[in-house]
Each structure stands twice: as structure tokens, then as C-alpha cells.
Design a protein around this ligand. Structure first.
Ligand code: SF4
Ligand code: SF4
Length: 179
């Protein structure tokens, strides 16, 4: 079970990035004016960072979930899965940041079934699994996937249960940050 309360922030024994450099593509790095979804100009994909000794703190501090959670199998390593898993430190949502070159990677198996299982478990705690293609978010619910568009700074994803003619349904919406 994916339980954020049990997560640690340091690499699990035996875990190392090896040939993976995917976080150097999928995330932005403000200190370098590096946008989301494009290789960092300092990255040698599959080999490493050209400025490893002087890389920004942002990079230095980052470890994806595959690095910190030893129970995630080799198929979840980002260079194989084609997405990077993290947990939002505030909402505790599970975030799936896709490689834009493999935007359907999360729909493959065993990933999609497992994301659905995690989505069902997360919903019981009113958390979510959210898949990002750059800034565009899709909320994974147990019974369907809901695109909610671009998520900007301060925007929130809000969900609630509503009684419908066929039973209880989960409604999801994006709430814009106050201007
Ligand atoms: S995505 Fe994870 S495994 Fe890949 S380089 Fe970044 S921290 Fe290492
Ligand atoms: S500076 Fe290095 S570690 Fe940071 S994103 Fe660029 S290549 Fe990756």
C-alpha cells in the first residue's frame, strides 16, 4: 500500500539513478530557467549531469519515489516506466510526471492497474493520484480519469462525493488560485 506516512526522503539501500536522468527532463528548474518537459542543457541523457558538483540545490535535494521506496520494483524506475513518481509534500497526493515523449506511458500495464488501485486507496483518505503532462493534470479516480486542465501556482484540485441516480459518484474540479 502506498502510505505517505511511511515514506522517507533519502535513497533506499541499493538504489541509485544509474542511467536514469528523466527528472532532468520532466521538471522545471527555476534557478536555470529550465522549463518543464525539456532536457536541461546540462544533462547528458542516460549519462548524468555536466555540472554535478555545482548543480542547483533544487536538483541536489530531489529524489523520486523509486529512489526512496525500496518496495517499488524495477519496472517503476523512471527511465523504464517513462514517468517520475513523487508525493506532494503538502497535499500528499501521488504525482505522476510524464515524459512528454511517452505521454501514454501511464496507460500501459502494469502501471495503469496499479495507479487505479492506489487511486482507490488514496480516495478513502481523500487524497488523489494525479498524472501530469507538463502542467496539464488528469485525476485518476477508481472508476474513471478526469482531465482538469493546466494547474497553475496555487490552483487546487477539489473532489467530493455526490449521490446520483446510479449511486455515489466522485466529482472533481480545479479551483483557481485567488487573483
Ligand atoms: S527520476 Fe529518480 S531515478 Fe531517475 S535520475 Fe531522477 S532521481 Fe534518479
Ligand atoms: S543541473 Fe544537472 S541535475 Fe539539475 S536538471 Fe540540469 S542536468 Fe539535471
Amino acid at each position: 500500500m502506498l502510505d505517505p506516512a511511511q515514506f522517507v526522503s533519502t535513497p533506499a539501500p541499493g538504489r541509485s539513478c544509474g542511467a536514469c536522468t528523466l527528472c532532468c527532463k520532466v521538471y522545471d528548474v527555476p534557478a536555470l530557467d529550465k522549463p518543464l518537459g525539456q532536457w536541461c542543457r546540462h544533462c547528458r541523457p542516460g549519462r548524468g549531469c555536466d555540472i554535478h558538483e555545482t548543480r542547483p540545490d533544487h536538483c541536489r535535494a530531489f529524489h523520486c519515489l523509486w529512489m526512496t521506496q525500496g518496495w517499488l520494483g524495477p519496472e517503476w524506475k523512471p527511465d523504464r516506466a517513462k514517468f517520475v513518481l513523487t508525493v506532494d509534500p503538502v497535499t500528499r497526493f501521488l504525482l505522476v510526471q510524464l515524459d512528454p515523449g511517452n505521454a501514454a506511458a501511464w496507460k500501459r500495464e502494469p502501471y495503469y492497474s496499479q495507479l487505479k488501485t492506489w487511486a482507490a486507496a488514496a480516495w478513502r483518505e481523500r487524497r488523489h493520484v494525479v498524472v501530469f503532462l507538463n502542467k496539464h493534470a488528469t485525476v485518476v479516480l477508481p472508476d474513471r480519469d478526469v482531465p482538469v486542465g493546466e494547474i497553475g501556482p496555487g490552483d487546487r484540485i477539489v473532489a467530493r462525493e455526490r449521490a446520483g441516480p446510479s449511486g455515489v459518484v466522485i466529482e472533481v474540479e480545479k479551483v483557481r488560485a485567488a487573483a
